[in-house]
Design a protein around this ligand. Structure first.
Ligand SMILES: C=CC1=C(C)c2cc3[nH]c(cc4nc(cc5[nH]c(cc1n2)c(C)c5CCC(=O)O)C(CCC(=O)O)=C4C)c(C)c3C=C
Ligand SMILES: [Fe+2]
Length: 512
């Protein structure tokens, strides 16, 4: 299922989070569809706009006109009453009667080595990372405990080598502050919050602060350029469950930006970084530009319909088009890194590709981390140490790496524009008045979005070792499941008691 097919689904609004489609506000409206829209009787023209724009045969892209027809009612320059400061202390930003908030969603990372195992537990306890068959959902936490304990020594080594913890919180906080300043400069004072999925500050903590600050309009912005069920999808699902159960939140005006990899500012910022890094090579035109994205298990894409790969391919094409406009015509390739466990992940794998490129005689490689906008363990350790070493062993003579975007000003300014452009789309989950509901455009929901990609929410082949022993498609029988259950119970007992026949026989893996 690709992005276009997602957009053409026009459904009755469900009482849920409101999702403007990223393409609507990033690409504007092309002349060839304007006529169609004018005659369109669809009650929710923005969804139609989005679908047509994404397939526009003219390849027409961004103009600033798309929202000119729908002025931001609450954004009155000069009506600024207060600006925001840090998450804990400041007065929320107010425009007119509205207090605007932006919630940045991210993964989170362990800040110390002691945090590594509980962080991994949170990650593996997420049903969007390991989705168990309904019958075995009760095993999610014991299994997460088992895997996190088994994997933590390997992970700790990685975090130790990058200074004893993840830099993610520090960088995300800095991005939040820069975004706040950029919004303020654009006359949209807002308070910016950080909500992490697996470590502090948890999404729940950010939401509590948002309530304390009495934010009245919230823009939810996952810090992942491309959408994946396992990243933005997981955070949005969590957020939706929090919203559904909370009287204040259910009535709060909000909107979500599900992905933004195609925004002009982001693409230009990536192209700037690549161009700058190419200058460090003697023969820059001979350098292979090597995009390396975090992988996901293949089943996410092939069975659950995760748009991640399609969005990644499109993102790389857009960056290369931008570079070509600047007369940078280097060869390029895309591969996927950081797989966990033995199931098949998106291919080609980064390590295999590096070896192949070396065999083909490529001498200079510029690695570009593409799925994430901060430095993290997988750029600082996996790319800068492991892949560099592999490349040099494989015959590549010169290795370079593009830094992650971090607080790069063009990028932050574009995020601020994305927030501002989404403001006309805010609406509440629980709008009882039908007329009011229809004025909220476009109406969508996390459920709708996820359902489009991940319609039956089937179990996914989990990315960890345990599953290889039996929870494969062919083993979806009662017998297979019963056998797995027995194995799992034994494993859980082994981990919790530290004793058992697997330890005695040396069968229990030492690391994951
Ligand atoms: C777009 C980015 C990411 C996708 C997609 C993603 C999927 C995914 N990840 C795991 C397992 C692990 N991820 C870990 C760390 C980690 N993952 C991402 C991003 C994506 N993950 C980031 C930025 C980080 C690093 C955070 C930091 O601390 O700096 C880890 C822990 C590290 C390790 O032990 O290797 C695991 C485990 C799965 C299974 C998955 C898809 C199903
Ligand atoms: Fe990951």
């Amino acid at each position: 299922m690709n992005q276009s097919s997602m957009n053409i689904r026009i459904q009755a609004p469900s009482p849920s989070l409101l999702l403007p489609r990223a393409k609507v506000y990033s690409q504007g409206i092309c002349p060839c569809i304007r006529a169609q829209l004018e005659t369109c009787s669809n009650p929710n023209p923005n969804l139609l706009k989005a679908s047509i724009v994404s397939r526009c045969p003219l390849g027409w892209s961004k103009t600033s006109s798309v929202f000119a027809e729908q002025p931001i009612k609450h954004s009155t320059p000069g009506a600024v009453v207060a600006t925001s400061g840090s998450q804990e202390t400041s007065t929320p930003a107010v425009i007119g009667n509205e207090k605007i908030g932006v919630l940045l969603l991210n993964l989170g990372g362990p800040e110390t080595l002691d945090d590594v195992q509980p962080f991994l537990f949170n990650l593996f306890a997420d049903p969007d990372i390991i989705r168990l068959p309904r019958l075995f959902r009760f095993l999610q936490k014991p299994l997460a405990q088992f895997i996190s304990v088994a994997r933590s020594s390997k992970s700790k080594e990685g975090y130790a080598s990058i200074g004893g913890g993840s830099p993610l919180r520090r960088i995300t906080d800095a991005q939040a502050e820069e975004l706040r300043k950029a919004l303020c400069d654009k006359n949209v004072p807002a308070k910016v919050y950080v909500g992490m999925r697996y470590w502090h500050p948890f999404t729940e903590e950010a939401i509590e602060q948002i309530k304390r600050d009495e934010i009245s309009k919230l823009v939810v912005l996952p810090l992942y350029p491309q959408f994946s069920i396992s990243t933005s999808g997981s955070s949005l699902r969590l957020l939706e469950s929090i919203f559904r159960e909370d009287e204040y939140l259910v009535n709060m005006q909000h909107t979500v930006i599900p992905s933004w990899y195609q925004r002009e500012g982001y693409i230009k910022a990536m192209a700037d970084l690549i161009q700058k890094e190419l200058e460090n090579f003697d023969c820059s035109e001979e350098v292979m530009i090597f995009f390396s994205a975090h992988g996901v298990p293949l089943a996410y894409v092939e069975e659950a319909g995760d748009p991640y790969k399609a969005e990644m391919d499109e993102c790389v094409d857009l960056i290369m088009e931008e570079l070509e406009k600047r007369r940078v015509n280097n060869a390029y390739t895309l591969a996927y890194q950081s797989r966990v466990g033995p199931v098949e992940w998106l291919k080609p794998y980064t390590d295999d590709t590096i070896i192949e490129l070396g065999q083909k005689g490529v001498k200079s490689l510029l690695a570009v981390p593409i799925s994430f906008v901060s430095e993290h363990i997988e750029t600082l350790e996996e790319m800068d140490v492991e892949y560099k070493e592999l490349a040099l062993k494989s015959g590549i003579e010169k290795w370079g790496r593009v830094p992650a975007l971090g607080c790069e000003p063009t990028f932050i300014s574009d995020l601020a524009d994305a927030v501002i452009e989404s403001l006309p789309y805010v609406g509440a989950m629980a709008v009882s008045n039908l007329e009011a509901r229809q004025s909220l455009v476009p109406l969508g929901s996390v459920e709708e979005l996820l359902a489009t990609y991940d319609s039956q929410r089937r179990e996914l082949p989990p990315p960890v070792v345990v599953w290889e022993w039996g929870w494969t498609k062919s083993a979806e029988t009662w017998n297979g499941r019963a056998a797995m259950l027995a194995v799992l119970v034994l494993l859980v007992l082994e981990v919790t008691t530290g004793e058992g026949f697997l330890h005695q026989w040396g069968i229990l893996p030492l690391s994951w």
